[in-house]
Write a protein that binds this ligand. Structure first.
Ligand code: AMP
Ligand code: GLY
Length: 422
């Protein structure tokens, strides 16, 4: 008997997880909560609040789930995994205390420093006078961050001291980010290309996944506002599995040891965001979950059984899993609502999804869609992730854009330069 899996969440990342799990020999069935119209094609979906630990655990019990895979950070920080563990249901994802490595930048910096993992020098404080004094020890550009989750708006890079002082006061005095700004983190600016590395952790050990490159800005040429991500590709030339192997010893294992020593073992996906500086890699941040849309290009390249890997994370045995990768490359292009990441309309009819998905090597992951009486309509900022595999990045890119051009909805927006020139 194979495993019954419940995937928690309803974005493109969760659709990719459910899709890959449904193709895993160890898996018999994939349900999702709340899921989306794409995930509904893979198994039953349940319209519950994904951040309600009791509701998720009740559903997992009713479904007889052998493993619950939690995608987004909100349910993790809300303690969904804690409740599942309390009821003896295996779960992929960190406890609320461990997920705080994403939820609190001050906590993340403290763990990095205690673990001896390379990162930018910093000061964390809730006291405005102390923050202003600390700023004088740094040089421009100044980096001022709200400690907590601030919907991606809590980081300010300031050209001069006056602007940095304003950022401190906005956060600590004017309370622009509410409780998320109880403390600020002031840190050294890191120069160099930004990279991210994903590790599947089991409390003490880690398996690194093949790295992907994402595109955070809304417009071509990395212009416009920061978004959740407008596209991605993998593998990244010059930044493959061999190139990141040393990060196990430099970053992942010391951080896992530090957390375990504090009684908060980290199980689940640890996402290390770093900058390749002239002095080597330095950590920017941790996330407690898979990257979105990086997952949409990493999982199609995985040759091994994803169900076995995620189950091994929950049971403390990732070291026993042999992870293998397919050749070739994958590219995903995000179709977003016009206006995203600012204001945008929803409920707009979408055409062409079925035709695009029938193309060779193409999968359309749903990110922000809804079934409106049998018609597919938009329901979020990032609407669809058009993903294609090919022999190399150029072939995958051509296939992804050709498929994306079959899909239309009013005011749809995409970047034209995802994976260009790779
Ligand atoms: P974070 O939410 O910490 O990832 O910050 C958001 C973005 O701000 C990052 O993706 C970087 O582009 C930038 N950033 C944050 N911290 C630094 C830093 N210390 N040096 C340079 N850029 C930074
Ligand atoms: N694509 C960036 C993230 O998931 O945080």
């Amino acid at each position: 008997m194979g495993k019954q899996i419940l995937v928690v969440g309803g974005g493109g990342r969760e659709h990719a997880l459910a899709w890959r799990l449904a193709r895993s020999p160890s898996v018999d069935g994939v349900a999702s909560a709340p899921g989306n119209p794409g995930m509904a094609e893979l198994g039953p979906t349940f319209p519950i609040d994904a951040s309600d630990p009791g509701a998720v655990a009740d559903l997992a019990e009713q479904q007889g789930s052998d493993l619950v895979v939690v995608g987004p950070e909100a349910p993790l920080v809300a303690g969904v995994v804690d409740e599942l563990e309390r009821r003896g249901i295996p779960a992929f994802g960190p406890s609320a205390a461990a997920a705080n490595i994403e939820g609190s930048k001050a906590f993340a910096k403290e763990i990095m420093a205690s673990a001896g993992a390379p990162t930018a020098g910093y000061v964390a404080t809730g006291d405005a006078a102390e923050a202003h004094t600390a700023l004088e020890r740094f040089a421009p550009p100044y980096v001022v961050k709200a400690d907590g989750l601030a919907a991606g708006k809590g980081v300010r890079i300031c050209a001069d001291l006056a602007e940095a002082r304003e950022a401190v006061d906005d956060t600590l005095v004017h309370r622009r980010f509410g409780d998320a700004g109880d403390r600020v983190v002031i840190e050294e600016f890191l120069h160099g290309p930004e990279r991210s590395v994903f590790g599947v952790c089991d409390g003490t050990d880690v398996v690194l996944l093949t790295p992907a490159q994402d595109y955070k800005r809304a417009l071509d040429g990395d212009q416009g506002l920061n978004t959740g991500g407008m596209g991605a590709y993998a593998p990244v030339p010059g930044f493959g599995l061999k190139d990141v192997d040393h990060l196990r010893e430099l970053i992942f294992l010391p951080v896992l040891r530090e957390l375990a020593d504090r009684g908060i073992p980290y199980r689940g996906l640890l996402y290390a965001g770093l900058v390749e500086t002239a002095a080597g890699p330095k950590l920017l941040e941790f996330n407690a979950r898979f990257g979105d849309p990086e997952t949409q290009v990493i999982l199609p390249l995985l040759a091994s059984d994803l169900g076995d890997l995620l189950a091994a994370s929950a049971s403390g045995q990732v070291g026993d899993v042999e992870v293998e990768w397919q050749g070739g490359a994958a590219v995903t292009v995000v179709l977003a609502s016009g206006g995203y990441p600012d204001h945008y309309a929803t409920g707009i009819p979408i055409d062409g999804v079925a035709a695009a998905g029938k193309r060779d090597g193409v999968t359309v992951f749903h990110a922000g869609t809804r079934d409106d009486g049998g018609a597919l309509v938009t329901a979020g900022g990032r609407v669809l992730n058009i993903t294609a595999q090919g022999v190399d990045v150029a072939a995958a890119r051509a296939a992804a854009y050709a498929a994306a051009s079959e899909i239309t909805f009013d005011a749809a927006h995409r970047r034209e330069d995802i994976a260009a020139g790779v």
